[in-house]
Design a protein around this ligand. Structure first.
Ligand SMILES: C[S@@+](CC[C@H](N)C(=O)[O-])C[C@H]1O[C@@H](n2cnc3c(N)ncnc32)[C@H](O)[C@@H]1O
Length: 273
């Protein structure tokens, strides 16, 4: 056989260049895994800590706008009785509960999160709301959803895509668990488009918001991480492209309040089984 000899790097002639490349790729992968793990651990610890204050702080910091955005989103989804949904990174379960109410007792909703403290609050809310026996919370990781392929009509993720170590992996997982024709939906903070508004918003986000976090929840570090998490997050156009890259089609984007939040909806191909 005519095997091409691997190129040798000068000075380390006994090690083939391919082996060096393999080692450096392996080290890069290990480094990324380490970074992902530490981001995951950090995010996990943040939500375990702020769980009791999460709902209050959410309303305070968004001036209750998140409620209107959630309402708009539910209208767009037009969820029907008897359908099935998975709410990934469900936190204290606001969206999970809305989905549960929309699908009714013949439907099924799973809320998944890796923070037990957030889930516990969600469970209290579920019981208080009543008639939501078809809603179930499970402890799990968005990077590896514990559900079979093609199980749900909707996979939703609210204000959490920013927090996960690998956006593509999570969206692919969400796509995997929805049925052909089903929807993958993200409601998330985004980057404003209009310049003067952008500066005001960033000033609020970078300086005032962490102070409010300190004042009302006694957690400066956790809330100063919020602006950090948005900096590295794709803007609404890039996120729409990522939706397409993972194979979702007919991607729709809706911007809220000058683009400080965005709703993305993508559909799994009909023939994908
Ligand atoms: C900002 S909260 C959003 C909660 C809820 N979806 C909402 O709309 O209010 C983000 C949630 O994502 C969860 N989370 C972050 N990364 C996760 C992961 N890799 N797997 C599961 N849950 C995760 C956190 O524990 C937290 O409850």
């Amino acid at each position: 056989m005519d095997h091409k000899q691997p190129t040798l790097v000068k000075g380390v002639s006994e090690i083939p260049a391919q082996a060096i490349l393999d080692i450096s790729e392996k080290m890069e992968r290990e480094e990324m895994t380490k970074q992902n793990q530490s981001k995951e651990q950090f995010v996990h610890q943040v939500f375990e800590n702020i769980a009791p204050k999460y709902d209050f702080m959410n309303s305070l910091l968004s001036f209750r706008r998140h409620k209107a955005w959630r309402k708009f989103t539910m209208k767009k989804l037009n969820v029907q009785p008897g359908e099935k949904a998975m709410d990934v990174c469900c936190g204290t379960g606001d969206w999970t509960i809305s989905l549960g109410q929309a699908v009714g007792s013949k439907g099924e909703v799973i809320g998944l999160d890796f923070s037990q403290n957030m889930l516990d609050i969600g469970e209290e809310k579920r019981k208080k709301e009543g008639n939501l026996e078809h809603v179930q919370y499970i402890h799990g990781n968005a990077m590896d959803l514990p559900s079979k392929d093609h199980s749900f009509n909707y996979a939703t993720i609210g204000f959490a895509l920013r927090n996960v170590p690998d956006i593509k992996k999570v969206l692919s997982e969400m796509k995997r668990v929805v049925k052909p024709g089903g929807m993958v939906v993200s409601l998330e903070l985004s980057k404003p488009i209009f310049a003067p508004f952008k500066w005001v918003y960033y000033a609020y986000f970078n300086y005032i918001l962490p102070l409010l976090g300190k004042l009302f929840a006694n957690r400066y570090e956790q809330y100063s991480w919020l602006p950090e998490s948005l900096k590295s997050f794709p803007d609404s156009r890039e996120l729409a492209r990522i939706f397409e890259e993972v194979g979702l089609e007919r991607v729709e984007t809706y911007l809220f309040f000058g683009g400080i939040a965005a709703l993305h909806i993508g559909y799994k191909k009909d023939e994908e089984v």
